[in-house]
Each structure stands twice: as C-alpha cells, then as structure tokens.
Design a protein around this ligand. Structure first.
Ligand code: G3I
Length: 371
C-alpha cells in the first residue's frame, strides 16, 4: 500500500474512533456471551420494530430476548379456541432478524390467564378433565406453531409460594400439583428439541428453594424433560439476602438443571412496609416519600446503585459455570414495569440504560468484570 494511502487509512480510522467511540467498544454480549446468553425482555413497541433506539441497544448488547407480554395466554388465546398470533409472530421475526435467541414466556401462569380458562359458560369452575384438555390444547398449539424457532419456554410460572407451599391458584385447586407435569409433558410432545423451564420470583427464600428442587426432582423422576430453573431476580437495594440467593444458585445447579437469571432488574426506590416479591397484585398508594428522585438520581445514590449492580454481577461471574443465561427485564428505565410496581406512577431507575437509552456507567464495569 502506498504511504499516502496508508496515512489516509490511519486518519480515517482515528476519525471514526473519535467521532463514535462506542464503535470500538465491546457490548455486553461480547464479554458475557462467552459464558452465557445475555438477554432482555422486549415490549410490543420494541418487537414491532417501532423503537429504533431500542434496536440499536439490542444489536450491540444482547443475543437473546424474552417476550415481556405478547406470548402470555390471555394475549394468545383471548377466547377459547380463538388464537391471536399477530404480535407474537412479529416478536419472533424481530428476534430472528436481530440475531436473538428466543425465550417463550410463558405457557402456564395463574396470572394473565384468560377468564374463560377456569370456568364453564355458567361461571362455575371446570372439571379436572376440561382444564387438563384446555391446557394441553393451548400448549400444543402455541409450542407447535413456533417449533424449531424457540430456544426455550418458561413452561410454568410462579406456582409456588415463598414458604414453599403450592400457590392456591385455580390451576392447583382444580388439578392439584399434576398441572405441572401436564404442562411439561405437553410442551415436550409439541417440540421435543426445545428447552423447558420452571420460572419464579423470590427464589432466595429457603422454603421456595427446597420446593423448586423437589419439583425438578419429581419431574425428572417421572422421566419428564426440564432443562432449567429461572430465578426472576426482581431485586432491590436491600433484598434478596445475597447469601441465600447464592445458596439457591448452587442448589438448582446441584439438581442438574441450568440456572438462569430471567427477569433481572433493580428497584432503587424506598418501598412501603409490607412489600415483597413480584406478585403484581401488590399495589400501594403513591406518596412523595416513595418517589423521591423524579428529577434524577443524586450522585451518592447512583453510586450505591452501581455498587449493588456489581454485587449481583460479581456473584453471577463467580457462578459463571452454572448460570446459562442472564436476562434483563427491559432495556430502558423509561419502559420498566418498576415505574408502576409496587407503587404506580413512580420514577424508578431499575435497568442498565437510562430514559434516553444511554448506557449507564455500570455497563462498562460489568463488561470489564467478564473480560
Ligand atoms: O395491553 C394493554 C393495553 O391494551 C392497555 O391499553 C393498557 C392499559 O393499562 O394495558 C395494557 O396491558 C398491560 C400490559 O402490561 C402491557 O403493557 C397490562 O395492563 C399490565 O398488567 C401488563 O403488565 C405486565 C405484567 O407482567 C402482567 O402481565 C408487565 O408489563 C410485565 O413486565 C410483567 O412481567 C412479569 C412476568 O411476566 C412474570 N414475572 C413478574 C413480571 C413482573 O410483574
């Protein structure tokens, strides 16, 4: 190459780096991707490809995505036998176009289940046989439609209470604990190659940990497929207890399943007394003391938040051989469910990208930790 051309090339390179320093930097997926999948949930606006800023972040940082809402049962089958795949199809297409492995969320959840599921036309609870057949039909149709395109399904969501007892949902009341195996069997039959998961919040609680381990062992003993356990990880500044949380990572890995951090975010605001977990039925009245940072996080608080993120990521890095996926529950603070939970109308700062989709400084620290 001529000297003059070589100089030109060097100048061009230097210019592109100075104009856009981010071009030369690694994203989360470059660093963490060597050890696990790193994902985000996508809302409808994003997976409809209407949010260019989100797409830029997605392409740079993530290799995997979960549907925040569009694959839930009330969306996919709003009336019995009437399936609506319009939004979910777009989500799948968006993921494929942007190089994202797809996590289906979810096949069976007491919440966001359509009203018709548990009752007959007179509003009375349906029999065991009817509910079993409705679940099987839903799962066969949904998993069958996306056969070969989904990496893994959250088959059952939030079936266990924090103390380890079964959640007294209509699913449990009508079918007993058998509903778990009904769902896992139906999902496996519809797509024998897809990964299957149990997903729940407050997974650091000892009672819940033991019950989830029992659930995994029971399914395996019956010859059913279960690949992983999802620890949702809707975390806060003073919860969960990190020692207990770490015990759960170890316990699930010891059961012989993949451990996944599936809905990671960080509630940084002061919370009302009595609040805990991620049950969306909890709601408290908005008061100024619960919403102190409407104009932005003060520096000292932002520092504490950053340190709290690092506590979690140091733990994930330490357990990198056991954790197969880390998924953030949203991209930007602007569209996090935490702005409305457990107190509606707050300004929360629970994710890794700010309200204008700019990367928070902690992202670089996480990347460096994994490099
Ligand atoms: O789609 C309707 C829209 O048509 C309507 O105009 C609007 C008015 O309120 O509501 C829209 O639906 C909302 C939906 O999110 C989409 O934005 C629902 O009211 C709202 O309840 C729903 O909240 C979701 C919640 O699950 C319940 O499904 C959150 O976005 C979502 O982040 C949250 O995710 C759950 C996981 O699935 C399971 N683990 C806990 C996690 C947090 O609750």
């Amino acid at each position: 190459m001529e000297k003059r051309n070589f100089r030109k090339l060097v100048c061009l390179l230097a210019l592109s780096l100075s104009v856009s320093p981010t071009l030369a930097q690694d994203g989360l997926k470059d660093a963490l991707g060597k050890h696990c999948l790193i994902g985000t949930s996508l809302n409808q606006w994003q997976s409809d490809a209407q949010d260019a800023a989100a797409t830029a972040v997605v392409r740079r940082h993530f290799n995997c995505a979960t549907a925040e809402n569009c694959m839930k049962m009330e969306v996919l089958q709003p009336a019995e036998g009437l399936f609506d795949f319009r939004v979910a199809d777009k989500f799948v297409k968006y993921c494929q176009q942007n190089g994202l492995k797809i996590i289906g969320h979810n096949l069976c959840w007491h919440s966001q289940a359509p009203e018709w599921l548990f009752t007959d036309s007179w509003g009375r609870p349906v029999s065991k046989e009817v509910l079993k057949s409705r679940l099987e039909k839903h799962i066969a149709t949904v998993v069958g439609r996306y056969k070969g395109q989904i990496h893994g399904w959250d088959v059952v969501n939030e079936a266990i209470e924090d103390d380890g007892s079964w959640r007294q949902s209509p699913l449990y009341k009508i079918l007993g604990e058998e509903f778990i195996e009904i769902c896992f069997r139906a999902a496996h039959e519809a797509d024998p190659d897809v990964e299957l998961y149990y997903n729940d919040y407050s997974m650091s609680k000892p009672g819940k940990r033991d019950a989830v381990c029992r659930l995994v062992r029971n399914l395996k003993a019956k010859g059913l497929r279960i690949d992983g356990v999802g620890m949702q990880s809707h975390n806060g500044m003073d919860y969960p207890d990190l020692t207990e949380y770490e015990k759960s990572i170890d316990a699930f890995a010891t059961c012989g399943v993949k451990v996944m951090i599936t809905e990671l975010d960080l509630n940084v605001l002061p919370n009302p007394e009595g609040f805990g977990g991620a049950d969306i039925n909890q709601s408290f009245e908005l008061q100024q003391k619960y919403n102190p940072y409407t104009a932005g996080l003060p520096k000292d608080v932002a520092k504490k938040v950053e340190e709290r993120w690092m506590q979690f990521f140091r733990l994930y890095s330490k357990h990198r051989s056991q954790i197969s996926r880390i998924t953030l529950w949203g991209i930007s603070d602007a569209n996090s469910w935490l702005n409305d939970f457990p107190v509606p109308g707050r300004t929360n700062y629970g994710l890794l990208f700010d309200r204008s989709y700019a990367e928070k400084p902690v992202v670089k620290n996480i990347i460096n930790l994994y490099k």
